[in-house]
Design a protein around this ligand. Structure first.
Ligand code: KIV
Length: 255
């Protein structure tokens, strides 16, 4: 799908975005018809085993964007710009181009950096904004915008990003009333995570919705599968078969 086609979905139907970090998962999600695959810097926690997203580098993002792009035919691929890759306009342009060259259709960056967003958009790089909880800089993971002053700041940031020409804005962990107000006020697509039902679309970290990590379940995550249990069950059967000599049997051996 083209980004312009995606934009036209506002008010027509909900947009579905999921994170993807590798080629196999991208193929599955793309074939299922997911609209946007986000190579999120949640990569740091989900795939690379760090405690936060701050360890993720441009090299990590380029490598995983290439992998996701190889598995994608129709979905729009959006890549997160990692922390410190867009502090200055020149760096932002160079790093965003690296992600586009790696196969991304657009880049996402956290917070409101008007001069950076303006430069990216005017050089033809589609940008997804991200307001509310900003994991790259957050000290604590909590809902943002419950206090009126904080809500007004988030609202103003979303409107400014919209005016700068982003095609979409992620609203992370904000009250649903605020998400509804923003969604009604902007022309870009709002994609919510922990932001209620009124957004133009929804995103979840794919490993969370598939139940890959038992101990981790924030309020906004709904589990659609319990893959850690499924995988463990399969591995236990394999172990049993190997240890008892049932595998490999004749059917799985060469003569
Ligand atoms: O990195 C990520 O996965 C994200 C989503 C949570 C929106 O930014």
């Amino acid at each position: 799908m083209e980004i312009e086609e995606l934009r036209r979905l506002k008010g027509v139907r909900k947009v579905v975005m999921l994170t993807a970090y590798d080629c196999q998962m991208a193929k599955i999600l793309d074939a299922a018809g997911v609209d946007i695959l986000l190579v999120g810097d949640s990569l740091g926690m989900v795939v690379l085993g760090y405690g936060n997203t701050r360890e993720v580098t441009m090299a990590d993002m380029v490598r995983h964007t290439e992998a996701v792009a190889r598995g994608t035919e129709s979905a729009v691929v959006v890549s997160d710009m990692p922390i410190n890759s867009y502090n200055a306009v020149g760096d932002a342009l160079e790093n965003a181009r690296r992600l586009i060259d790696a196969g991304a259709d657009a880049v996402k960056l956290e917070g409101n950096k008007p001069e950076v967003v303006r430069a990216l958009v005017s050089s033809g790089i589609p940008v997804m904004g991200h307001v509310g909880l900003l994991p790259q800089t957050a000290e604590r993971f909590r809902v943002r915008g419950k206090r009126r002053s904080e809500a007004e700041r988030i609202y103003a940031d979303a409107l400014e990003l919209d005016g700068l020409g982003v095609f979409s804005i992620v609203l992370e962990c904000v009250p649903m009333g605020l998400a509804k107000r923003i969604t009604g006020a902007v022309g870009s697509l709002t994609i919510g995570i922990g932001a209620g039902v009124h957004c133009d679309g929804q995103v979840l970290v794919v490993n969370d919705m598939l139940g890959m990590e038992e101990g981790f379940k924030p309020k906004h995550v709904k589990r659609y599968a319990h893959l850690s249990e499924t995988i463990k069950g399969a591995v236990l059967k394999f172990m049993e078969d190997v240890r008892s000599g049932r595998f490999p049997d004749d059917r799985h051996s060469f003569h």
